[in-house]
Design a protein around this ligand. Structure first.
Ligand SMILES: Nc1ncnc2c1ncn2[C@@H]1O[C@H](COP(=O)(O)OP(=O)(O)OP(=O)(O)O)[C@@H](O)[C@H]1O
Ligand SMILES: [Mg+2]
Length: 258
């Protein structure tokens, strides 16, 4: 069975794509056969952070021009990638039928994967919560700012209301250090567990880092450079904590299920 893990956020620009790409590389490095899916349709840019150009992408698949197996790109021996395309294609307003077609297609992938990491678009619209519900596990990225807190709260509320999702792993990006990140999570958790019927775990954090900024500019993911010890460690700790997240057993279609 492939474990599918959705990375989402309420507020945009909090680091989802950076985190999804480096987490996928880290899990692959640990030996698991991994697939990274850019499902931020309309605003897809994981290929830019990953430093590759996919010839075909989900846009070609949705429009019937190609088979799902033909849009899988090999990044390295353990990591494959499916690109969402560029920001100027037709997937911005993906309808339910098209989303269903994408999710359904994963059971016909020829290769087997241990893990799939999904970069989901920001916000709590039907597309984002639909991809979250199709995944086994859900991660919400927050940054220590009130706007991020309010938007993450709104996202979890919507995912819970629309799809009965109850379990979330919370990752704090742009923290000063681990104590700062945990304190922020604790304060957040007290509020949302009072008003929402959900369970959560603190599953990791990342400091604001010049190495990350440089890695985006050079289109070479931060964990690929051995000198970036602190960031590599953060992603290794994060990948170990994935097992803490409880699986969501929502109804409806799931990735890799017939
Ligand atoms: N820990 C960090 N330290 C420094 N810069 C960071 C960090 N995390 C993310 N960034 C920077 O923040 C910017 C936004 O990151 P990213 O594109 O990954 O966010 P996103 O949540 O995927 O955005 P969107 O909602 O638009 O998809 C990028 O320029 C990235 O380099
Ligand atoms: Mg993104």
């Amino acid at each position: 069975m492939t474990e599918s893990i959705a990375i989402s956020s309420g507020k945009g620009g909090v680091g989802k794509t950076t985190i999804a790409v480096n987490l996928a590389l880290t899990i692959a490095k640990l030996g698991k056969k991994t697939l990274l899916l850019d499902a931020d349709l309309g605003m897809a840019n994981a290929h830019i952070i990953l430093g590759l150009n996919a010839e075909k992408n989900l846009d070609d698949f949705v429009n019937g021009n190609t088979n799902i197996n033909k849009i899988v790109v090999e990044v390295n021996s353990k990591l494959d990638f499916i690109s969402g395309g560029s920001a100027i294609h037709n997937l911005l307003n993906l309808n339910e039928t098209e989303r269903y077609k994408i999710i359904k297609s994963f059971s016909s992938l020829k290769k087997n994967y241990d893990t799939m990491i999904i970069d989901v678009g920001a916000g709590a619209d039907a597309s984002s919560t639909g991809f979250m519900a199709a995944s086994n596990k859900n991660i919400v990225i927050v940054v220590p700012e009130p706007t991020s807190f309010v938007d993450a709260y709104g996202l979890m509320k919507a995912a819970n209301f629309d799809h009965k999702l109850q379990n979330f792993g919370i990752f704090v990006n742009n923290s000063n250090n681990e104590v700062h990140a945990k304190n922020y999570y604790d304060r957040f958790q007290v509020i949302f567990s009072k008003y929402l019927d959900i369970n959560s775990n603190f599953i990791g954090c990342l400091k604001t880092s010049q190495n990350i900024k440089n890695s985006i500019m050079s289109r070479r993911p931060v964990v690929l450079d051995k000198t970036n010890q602190e960031e590599i460690y953060s992603f290794q700790a994060f990948s170990k904590n994935l097992e803490k997240i409880k699986t969501n057993d929502s109804k409806g279609i799931k990735f890799f299920e017939d």
